[in-house]
Design a protein around this ligand. Structure first.
Ligand SMILES: NC(=O)C1=CN([C@@H]2O[C@H](COP(=O)(O)OP(=O)(O)OC[C@H]3O[C@@H](n4cnc5c(N)ncnc54)[C@H](O)[C@@H]3O)[C@@H](O)[C@H]2O)C=CC1
Ligand SMILES: O=C(O)[C@@H]1CCC=N1
Length: 272
């Protein structure tokens, strides 16, 4: 399978590296493009054995699956530039923030197959969380293909497109919230006397372990929290501090803010 990335930034790199690590494709079957001023990004693709180009058109001509991996304000410009090159043989996979399938289908030739995906950067280490929604002209096998690709780099579920903004707020942007949590937990450890590198390792493994417990035991996170909090123990004292400082509300509002931003990005591009 020949995979092209239009846009060679952080999310494209994470997916490409994840796909290669997972064995879903080889470096030489990937091609990525971006403008010459960002050529350093293409060097990263080159170091993975991928082909690179400054021409988006070349990427599309040489690919079966085209991943649209540019920021939302760039999407209309890129589609105007390359729409005519798309054929029914291409599968367009857009990861662009907020951009609805309807908009992509309107901008592309009538029979272009479109899938919208919301991945996240831990795809790079095969622990991504992705969802996808299919457009109106996909053919048999497209949904399975996208699912296979994304499952190779983490978990992946098909959802109605109406849920993608909310998913963006949770798992698309979520790694950022969790890096802040790891950094802050490590600060706490350092404050209490731990060396920084040990504190970061312990904090990261604690998040990973907690996540695996939820996924692998299938138990509710509240019940797992109760298991950690012994009567009059240390954990319940810490939990009280988290509640006092509004951790739950902060996380709920973070997800909401990112979801609304995703929705807004889509509305803006539709108007342009
Ligand atoms: N970074 C993340 O965690 C995630 C990003 N996304 C979405 O993926 C898309 C890309 O995001 P990032 O990789 O983070 O951004 P980025 O800023 O790292 O990369 C954007 C890329 O687009 C390229 N570009 C700019 N103008 C171009 C043009 N005319 N033609 C071709 N390429 C052009 C840039 O050179 C760069 O390679 C965005 O829409 C973003 O919302 C989705 C999920 C997660
Ligand atoms: O901030 C962004 O635009 C992207 C979308 C999801 C995560 N990062």
């Amino acid at each position: 399978m020949l995979i092209g990335f239009v846009g060679a930034g952080r999310m494209a790199q994470a997916l490409a590296q994840g796909f290669i690590a997972a064995g879903i494709t080889k470096g030489e079957k990937i091609i990525a493009s971006c403008p010459p001023q960002d050529s350093a990004l293409l060097e990263y693709f080159g170091s993975m054995g991928c082909k690179t180009s400054y021409s988006n058109a070349e990427v599309i001509q040489r690919s079966e699956v085209v991943v649209l991996a540019v920021k939302p304000p760039i999407v209309p410009k890129v589609l105007q530039e390359v729409a005519s090159i798309f054929t029914p043989g291409h599968l367009m996979v857009s990861i662009a923030l907020g951009i609805p399938i309807r908009y992509l289908e309107q901008m592309l030739p009538r029979k272009t197959r479109v899938v919208r995906v919301m991945p996240n950067t831990p795809a790079l280490v095969k622990h991504g969380a992705s969802v996808f929604s299919c457009g109106s002209t996909i053919k048999e096998g497209d949904s399975d293909l996208v699912k296979k690709m994304l499952t190779s780099v983490g978990i992946c579920e098909e959802v109605p497109e109406t849920l993608i903004d909310a998913v963006t707020g949770l798992s698309g942007s979520g790694p950022a919230y969790m890096y802040i949590a790891i950094d802050a937990l490590a600060d706490g450890g350092v404050k209490m006397g731990l060396p920084r590198d040990l504190a970061i390792r312990l904090a990261a493994q604690t998040l990973l372990g907690a996540g695996k417990m939820v996924l692998e035991t299938g138990r509710h996170p509240g019940a797992l929290k109760d298991d950690v909090c012994s009567p009059a123990g240390s954990s319940i004292h810490a939990v009280q501090q988290l509640e006092r400082h509004g951790l739950r509300t902060a996380l709920i509002e973070a997800v909401q803010a990112a979801a609304l931003r995703s929705e807004e990005a889509g509305l803006r591009e539709k108007k342009s």
